[in-house]
Design a protein around this ligand. Structure first.
Ligand code: ZN
Length: 174
């Protein structure tokens, strides 16, 4: 029986097994051409959508050694200068996009609102204007101002009680 002249495996063609046959430059080129064809791509896409393929992939990725392998591969991949350059270019373009800029502006705006909200919330004696502003901010942020108000009233009540008790104690002593 004919075997592969490199590894001694099952013979396919030209004295080689399938793995070593596919490594021949002319075969490699032909395969590359084949992989670019739309019908091949469509079939592969279809295969990737199959539940049994997905299940197999999940099973494979669950194994710690495979996960480590993938991490190692990614580490090496993203350290390549050409990949880094491509990534930098992509990020530069991404940061120039109007929708990205709009989102950034929105986030900055929101951060400002939250900061103002918390600053006002911490005030011991907020003015009428500040309370109105706080309510407006709570409305924007979807926070519950009722809870805060109850909490404040309870605090106010305790402070008043505390004061009157101290006052009574002091006036009780001649
Ligand atoms: Zn071989």
């Amino acid at each position: 029986m004919k075997t592969c002249k490199i590894c001694g495996g099952k013979h396919l063609a030209k004295g080689l097994c399938s793995k070593h046959y596919q490594q021949l430059p002319e075969v490699k080129a032909k395969l590359r051409e084949y992989y670019q064809k739309p019908e091949y791509k469509a079939r592969r896409r279809e295969y990737y959508q199959k539940p049994e393929y997905k299940a197999k992939q999940r099973e494979y990725q669950r194994k710690p050694e495979n996960r480590e392998k993938k991490r190692e591969y990614n580490r090496k991949y993203y350290q390549k200068p050409e990949v880094k350059a491509r990534w930098r270019k992509y990020m530069r373009e991404y940061h120039q996009k109007p929708e990205y800029k709009a989102r950034r502006r929105e986030q900055a705006e929101l951060k400002k609102t939250i900061t103002e909200y918390h600053t006002l919330l911490k005030k011991k004696k907020p003015s009428r204007t500040e309370i109105l502003r706080l309510e407006a901010l709570a409305d924007i942020l979807g926070r519950d101002i009722e809870e805060w108000r109850t909490e404040r009233m309870r605090k106010d009540y305790h402070e008043r009680m505390d004061f009157s008790q101290r006052f009574e104690k002091r006036s009780g002593q001649p």
